[in-house]
Design a protein around this ligand. Structure first.
Ligand SMILES: Nc1ncnc2c1ncn2[C@@H]1O[C@H](COP(=O)(O)OP(=O)(O)OP(=O)(O)O)[C@@H](O)[C@H]1O
Ligand SMILES: [Mg+2]
Length: 213
């Protein structure tokens, strides 16, 4: 997948307050790349990820996925939905389904997406994330770090071509943060790319950066 932002601009205005987030921002991200979006709080990192996921329409510019424009034109058409279904967005505030246990939460996402051998893949991911003994736990019994690792497993099992992750290591203990960083870095491979918004120096170091101000 090739995702290209061409001169995108976005601002918010309310009650006389005008916040210009970015102006004429352009970049290209391709398979194999691990890219971080950095900048101070309020600079528009979350907004940029939401634009790339197709949730928010930028006020100016275009987003092209494999050369198809997802911003202007008939963005609600099935073709565009299929295009966007190859992208997974791990939102900071997303939550697990509280009536399903850890393993079921991962499998329900995989089932909807039609992932093959989902059970085996889910177990492998749980192993890598140090959660093998938490498979049957209900979400409310998980620690904050465990919870976030399950959310990452749920994203990874879908095998999207592009992962967008918003502050995936925020408020995690070092052990959990290390697992999350390692898995996300590993994920950016032959057919896959990862774009992360983060303040985490260890995640930013050595990565290609999209800098907002
Ligand atoms: N729907 C909205 N309506 C009005 N203003 C908004 C909206 N969404 C975001 N903003 C404003 O736009 C600015 C950028 O927000 P955004 O969440 O993208 O920043 P961020 O870089 O992710 O910040 P943080 O590091 O704190 O997560 C903020 O000033 C925010 O208040
Ligand atoms: Mg944010």
């Amino acid at each position: 997948m090739v995702i290209e932002a061409r001169n995108i601009s976005h601002s918010f205005g309310q009650e006389g307050r005008h916040v210009q987030l970015f102006e004429n921002l352009s970049f290209t991200v391709k398979n194999g790349q691990f890219v971080t979006v950095c900048g101070p709080s309020g600079s528009g990192k979350t907004t940029l990820l939401s634009i790339l996921a197709g949730f928010i329409k930028p006020q100016g510019g275009e987003i092209l996925i494999d050369e198809k424009n997802i911003v202007s034109g008939p963005a609600k058409r099935l073709r565009d939905k299929l295009l966007l279904s190859r992208i997974s967005y791990m939102m900071q505030s997303a939550s697990l389904l509280h009536r399903l246990n850890v393993r079921e939460n991962i499998l329900v996402a995989a089932e909807i997406a039609g992932v093959k051998k989902a059970g085996i893949k889910a177990d492998e991911l749980l192993e890598k994330l140090g959660l093998s003994d938490r498979k049957k736990a209900m979400p409310e019994r998980l620690s904050g770090g465990e919870y976030r690792r399950v959310m990452l497993a749920r994203t990874l099992v879908l095998e999207p071509e592009l992962i967008l992750a918003d502050e995936p290591t925020a408020n995690l203990d070092e052990e959990s943060a290390l697992m999350v960083r390692t898995l996300l870095r590993e994920y950016a491979g032959d057919n896959k790319a990862v774009i992360i918004a983060s303040h985490d120096e260890k995640l930013l170091s050595g990565s290609e950066k999209i800098k907002l101000k």
